[in-house]
Design a protein around this ligand. Structure first.
Ligand SMILES: Cc1ncc(COP(=O)(O)O)c(C=O)c1O
Length: 491
């Protein structure tokens, strides 16, 4: 009888239990066979024993063995188990020599990929997907009108016209509903044919970088800046230049008289993350300056729905009839991050180019979701939801501010009237380490320094997204901050 698989071989099989097991096990057994370490004629242990030794279900083992049998690596003999075939598929043996030899260098990556490796990660990426309380950018998921949303989804779920391919510009009813909403509530000058539905604002940013920028060109950005924008621009090979900053955001009195940049990214109606608001005069100055320098402006209007103290501030895009503005927005905060719905409003002459870029980039948005969002807006649920959430966030904001008062002196709260997060400036603190300490205690946050461009002097502190928090959570987070600043992070 052939020897059965040795235990040491089984020990070499390492399974990462956070990922699907079947594919990992298949790959590793396949590799052991190709490397000749499970030799032709070897008998594998029974599926029961393999399942026990590897700590996976018998069903998974059976599926993996069946796949290897179908591919000609194993065969079973009635009543005596499963064997490595004496004749393996020749193609794979030929491949083995180069694929699995670690001395063979993999083919080089593109310059784009090399750039991605060089410029590191933004803090949110390092943290992975998170829905912890105080995670920045997360709305209050418990207050989403889920039953209305599912009723609308259900209404559309069997419509065959939503089951085929979408127009690359996006679903027409959503583009119409958005153009009415943006004109009425944000002063955006647009027709539906200018609206492009994107997979979140992140795809909108990636598209802007592709369509408006060549690698190596300069882009002016706020400093601090939204990391999603900074990284999308860097990934495209942009040279980022900080704009002069004042208390309200971009300092429009200090704009350079000369620039080589072709593009500017900014959040003029609510600076991200510090929360400043440029006055109408300052916004006009910015527009005039950009027009005189031949610059495109990407206006990220990411959360103007949640201003508390002032009336909504009209978007830069609509302040004059023909502005060089590409306007972008997102439903991540106003509906749900998981909707992955965002939008661009582009000058009509550019719409077809943006649509082509989106088609080639891929990443379409299910039409069912778009149809539901269109009805949600057109039937008034969206505006009602925003009104309720504005009140809810203002209450949370007031509460958190009041809880933080005793820490004044050590902790300065910034982001006046910012809708869903509060910026705590804490001079001299290692904010990356503070953020990690928050994470260990089950709270999200982002280090303030991570929003600044490399090579500039960052402020330190924490950005706390309070929208997805309850009263007890806010009390607990302030207690934790108090304790950490008195112990591990004492000055
Ligand atoms: C400044 C800014 N822009 C855009 C977005 C939205 O990004 P997305 O629609 O990709 O979730 C966010 C979300 O956190 C943001 O903070």
């Amino acid at each position: 009888m052939s020897p059965i698989i040795e235990i040491p071989h089984l020990e070499e099989i390492q399974l990462d239990r956070s990922r699907p097991l079947q594919q990992q096990l298949y790959r590793q057994l396949h590799q052991l066979i190709l490397q000749g370490r499970l030799q032709p004629g070897f008998r594998l242990p029974s599926s029961r024993r393999l399942a026990k030794e590897l700590g996976v279900s018998r069903n998974t083992i059976t599926l993996v063995l069946d796949q290897l049998k179908q591919e000609g690596f194993l065969s079973s003999r009635m009543g005596s188990g499963c064997y490595v075939n004496r004749q393996l598929p020749q193609d794979c043996l030929g491949l083995e020599a180069s694929v699995w030899d670690s001395s063979v260098r993999p083919p080089v990556l593109s310059r784009y990929a090399q750039g991605l490796e060089e410029h590191g990660m933004r803090a949110e990426d390092a943290q992975g997907a998170a829905d912890l309380p105080f995670t920045v950018g997360l709305p209050d998921l418990t207050r989403f009108p889920a039953s209305t949303w599912s009723r609308i989804l259900k209404r559309h779920s069997d419509r065959t016209c939503l089951m085929g391919f979408d127009d690359p510009m996006g679903h027409q009813p959503l583009r119409e509903a958005l153009s009415h909403y943006l004109a009425a509530s944000r002063g955006v000058r647009c027709q539906p044919q200018q609206v492009l539905i994107t997979q979140g604002a992140q795809q909108a940013l990636a598209l802007c970088a592709l369509v408006l920028l060549n690698p190596g060109e300069q882009v002016l950005v706020e400093n601090p800046c939204y990391a999603g924008a900074r990284e999308a621009l860097l990934a495209r090979g942009a040279q980022l230049e900080p704009l002069p900053m004042g208390p309200q955001g971009v300092d429009t009195t200090a704009l350079p008289s000369h620039t080589q940049a072709r593009l500017m990214y900014c959040t003029p109606t609510h600076q991200y993350p510090l929360g400043g608001i440029l006055s109408a005069g300052q916004r006009l100055q910015l527009l005039d300056w950009a027009a005189s320098k031949g610059l495109w402006i990407i206006e990220d209007d990411y959360d103007s729905e949640f201003h508390f103290h002032a009336k909504p501030i009209a978007a830069l895009q609509g302040m004059a009839p023909h502005t060089p503005v590409i306007y972008m927005g997102s439903f991540s905060k106003t509906l749900l991050p998981a909707s992955r719905l965002g939008y661009l409003v582009v000058p009509e002459a550019l719409a077809a180019t943006f649509a082509k870029a989106k088609r080639y980039l891929g990443g379409d948005i299910p039409m069912l979701l778009q149809a539901a969002a269109a009805d949600f807006i057109a039937e008034g649920h969206f505006v009602r939801h925003l009104r309720r959430m504005r009140q809810c966030y203002q209450h949370k904001w007031d509460h958190l501010q009041a809880l933080l008062e005793p820490l004044a002196g050590r902790v300065e709260t910034l982001a006046e009237s910012a809708g869903m997060h509060l910026v705590l400036q804490i001079d001299g603190v290692d904010d990356q380490a503070l953020c990690q300490a928050f994470l260990r205690n089950g709270f999200g946050s982002t280090p303030l320094s991570s929003y600044y461009l490399q090579g500039t002097s960052p402020r330190h502190g924490l950005v706390l997204g309070f929208a997805h928090s309850n009263g007890a959570g806010r009390e607990a987070v302030v207690r934790l901050l108090h304790r950490l600043l008195a112990t591990e992070f004492a000055p």
